[in-house]
Design a binder for this molecule. Structure first.
Ligand code: ADQ
Length: 459
């Protein structure tokens, strides 16, 4: 069996079940343990000078190969082009794009430097799987180092519609670089369509669509394949975690302080793509339109800050603090706080148990590649008394989770109506929707995602 080499911007700190162990980390680490292999990427450290060597750490059959980033590389590659240009563009926010030529050069330089570090560690039959938007030029950089192995790429975030992608300076260079991979994986069919549209309308390329197989793409003198591989979770494991966590301290505290009130739950990284401001306003609208809900329902938003050294992230944080303060000021009573807005990270078992204790999972990103929280919420429910998922039409997960109440996150009143419908939904309907979605989660769990991608990469 070929060795698997995973390359991602950050190498997940693997303490299984720890807070960072999301779908990607868990699914990919499982594959590495099975085939043996290496996980290569940034250690998370920012250092004064570019480090000269990689740190190798063996755990069973898996080698973790990590390296620090010099301050300038961090600023240009990570904070700059990846997160101030690509992230907003790929989440349909051209208004937030900041472009700086030096940052773009830094992005390409760091990709080349990382490829140079990895190349000497590779063996002839290794299969390389690269993850996410930080590493679009990585295959091209490896090819320049003489690497001829199979190289696949999975994009965890949306691939934007052509007219949006055109707003990114150097878009053509990026798409040409993508074409150096042997296989491209997207979260959903609309993302795949957007990529193929660019190839056909902007790159003078061709796409052959064969049912049940990846598309065959030719462009920039290269041939490759591209398909959608929606990422999943392990629903049965999450269900167990959630049940086990029911008697835990955090869940008991929430239940005691709620008394008999209902609970609406949201969990996100604090990011402008997650639609938090609109979500707070929808909850406010619910209280405004339905006075009977006042003092009868609480909304818990857990949102640990990320990328806190960037202005756009500081802005969204301030805006949310103002909104939650304003809404609580308007509706709170001596014994009831409508919105509990919490800035911290929780361990996975605690989150799962909180999902199970809540009546509504409120997941309304303005754009999201997939959104694993939506899937985790469903997986964590009690089959005898499941909660209802209210889900944005712009989350990749909406393509699969037909049992959710699907909303447009810009339609505040529409979201408030969906919340009211969710809170009032009869048990039979909740069960039917949950059963449907749980079956879907099982059928397309994270091993299916990984195995389908690996099968096509090796074919
Ligand atoms: P993210 O944008 O980070 O991921 P998401 O898919 O929701 O978004 O995954 C986040 C993971 O972190 C989930 O497993 C969640 O439970 C966990 N998490 C979130 N907030 C947390 C908190 N406060 N405490 C502890 N854990 C928390 C990117 C893309 C998504 C895509 C994933 C995977 O943006 O669209 O679904 O990658 O491909």
């Amino acid at each position: 069996m070929s060795r698997l080499i995973i390359v991602s911007n950050r190498v997940a700190p693997i303490s299984e079940g720890g807070p960072a162990a999301g779908g990607l980390a868990v699914g990919v680490y499982d594959a590495l343990k099975e085939t043996g292999g290496m996980w290569f990427g940034w250690s998370g450290d920012v250092v004064a000078e570019p480090p000269q060597s990689i740190t190798l750490e063996e755990r069973g059959r898996v080698t973790f190969a990590t390296i620090g980033l010099a301050q300038r590389d961090y600023d240009q590659y990570y904070r700059g082009f990846s997160n101030a240009t690509l992230w907003p563009a790929f989440h349909y926010r051209p208004d937030l794009i900041q472009f700086d030529r030096d940052e773009f050069d830094g992005y390409c330089r760091v990709n080349r430097w990382l490829a140079k570090q990895l190349a000497p560690l590779l063996k002839a039959d290794d299969v390389i799987w690269v993850h996410d938007y930080h590493l679009i030029p990585f295959a091209q950089a490896l090819r320049d180092e003489g690497v001829t192995n199979r190289i696949g790429f999975f994009l965890h975030i949306p691939f934007p519609a052509t007219q949006v992608l055109l707003s990114v300076p150097r878009h053509r260079v990026l798409v040409e670089a993508l074409c150096s991979f042997d296989l491209l994986g997207f979260q959903t069919a609309p993302d795949l369509r957007a990529f193929c549209d660019y190839i056909e309308t902007q790159a003078n390329g061709s796409v052959v669509r064969i049912a049940g197989e990846p598309n065959a793409v030719s462009a920039f003198g290269k041939t490759l394949r591209a398909a959608a591989y929606p990422i999943g979770v392990y629903p049965d494991e999450i269900a167990l975690l959630a049940k086990d966590g029911e008697s835990g301290r955090e869940v008991q505290t929430v239940k005691t302080t709620l008394r008999d009130r209902k609970l609406i739950m949201s969990v996100d990284r604090l990011d402008y793509s997650k639609g938090l401001v609109e979500r707070f306003r929808a909850f406010e609208k619910l209280l405004e339109h339905q006075p009977a809900q006042r003092n009868n329902v609480s909304f818990v938003q857990i949102a640990p800050p990320t990328r806190a050294d960037m202005d756009t992230y500081r802005d969204i944080r301030l805006q949310l603090e103002a909104e939650s303060g304003r809404i609580n000021g308007r509706y709170a009573e001596l014994d009831w706080t409508p919105i509990r807005y919490i800035h911290r990270q929780y361990e996975r078992p605690v989150l799962a148990a909180l999902f199970r204790a809540s009546h509504v999972g409120f997941v309304t990103p303005l754009r999201d590649g997939m959104n694993l929280v939506a899937k985790e919420y469903v997986a964590a429910q009690d089959p005898d008394d499941p909660g209802v998922l209210v889900l944005s039409q712009f989350a990749g997960a909406a393509q699969e989770l037909n049992g959710a109440l699907i909303v447009n996150p810009l339609d505040i009143a529409g979201m408030a109506d969906a919340l009211a419908a969710a809170l009032a939904m009869p048990l039979k309907e909740r069960q039917a929707r949950y059963t449907d979605m749980f079956a879907q989660l099982r059928e397309n769990n994270v091993s299916v995602w990984r195995d389908n991608f690996m099968r096509d990469l090796q074919a």
